[in-house]
Write a protein that binds this ligand. Structure first.
Ligand code: E4P
Length: 303
């Protein structure tokens, strides 16, 4: 599995690359805004163009950098993609254009423009990373349209399910979707205990049955990790070339579960990558070995 770092902060990109574990970089307008605000606070009033150039340069030839378009109609998205690609790709030949799967909003009720843009860019040989994927059906359509990558948003899918259930959580909290599933399975089983042949159709139609069957999932998607698992399976079944980037990752345990799904890439904030490295027993071990090494006379040995 490849690891991308999900940040626009130059210091984080540099450090993650120096660790030797980073295969690419993903950005979005929110991450760029945050990073540039930080730069400004430090007195560095760089412009966006120079900033994006620097990200591409640091990433280098081996590591794709996702840069996002901001428009909502296909024509303008393609124009922006061509602009970004022509301006920044010559730096290190690593630019990938991020396109939202769906640009539907309350105000502008257009849902298919992303697909049209993906397809047009594919015909021009420009790689795309299709963003804001929340269900496998969207990933399948993006792949059909010619996406190079799809990015299911693991953390935001979990947030959506937790919010519907009224669960309070902090951004980095692990979502124990298996526990939620168990709870609702037990409730449903209890409700169906009275099922007899004659009552099956009644129970199937009952609101309470539907409510219990649909609780704790989003139209059959029980968590962000499970969504990625389904996308990986579908792509494998049909030999689709589109690569899966698990995105919107919130903690180290999600990274482990995502690695188990066989997804191609995980893009994680630098803080999550750091969390993958740490364990209290490792720290305890380091301290003890260090003290024992002094007692054993290693200092003199290495002098
Ligand atoms: C990745 O491509 C996205 O930009 C990112 O993972 C979104 O993460 P968030 O849901 O934590 O904002």
């Amino acid at each position: 599995m490849k690891i991308f770092v999900d940040t626009a902060k130059l210091s984080e990109i540099r450090e993650a690359i120096s660790w030797g574990i980073v295969d690419g970089i993903t950005t979005n307008p929110s991450l760029i805004r945050e990073a540039m605000e930080e730069e400004r606070k430090r007195g560095n009033n760089t412009d966006l163009s120079s900033y994006l150039s620097e990200i591409c340069r640091i990433a280098g030839r081996e590591r794709p950098v996702s840069l996002e378009v901001i428009s909502q109609d296909a024509e303008r998205m393609v124009e922006e993609a061509l602009f970004l690609y022509r301006k920044f790709n010559p730096i290190a030949n690593n630019v990938v254009i991020k396109i939202p799967i769906n640009t539907y909003t309350e105000e502008k009720k257009i849902d298919h423009e992303g697909l049209v843009a993906i397809n047009q860019l594919e015909k021009r040989g420009i790689p795309t990373n299709v963003t804001l994927i929340m269900k496998p059906e969207q990933a399948l359509l993006a792949a059909k349209a010619g996406a190079t990558y799809v990015s299911p948003f693991v953390g935001r899918i979990d947030d959506h399910i937790r919010k519907k259930l009224g669960i309070k959580f902090n951004k980095g909290d692990y979502f124990d979707f298996e526990l939620i599933q168990e709870i609702f399975k037990l409730r449903l089983e209890k409700h169906l205990e009275m099922a007899t042949e004659e009552r099956i159709s009644d129970l199937y139609d009952e609101e309470r049955t539907k409510e219990l069957r649909c609780a704790g999932n989003d139209d059959g998607i029980v968590s962000g990790v499970e969504c990625v698992k389904k996308i990986v399976n579908i792509f494998k079944k049909y030999n689709l070339r589109t690569k899966v980037i698990a995105a919107s990752i919130r903690n180290s345990r999600q990274m482990r579960e995502l690695a188990e799904t066989g997804c191609d890439i995980c893009t994680a904030p630098f803080s999550v990558i750091r969390e993958m490295l740490r364990h209290p027993k490792t720290e305890e071990g380091v301290k003890k070995f260090h003290l024992d090494a002094i007692q054993a006379g290693y200092d003199a040995l290495f002098k």
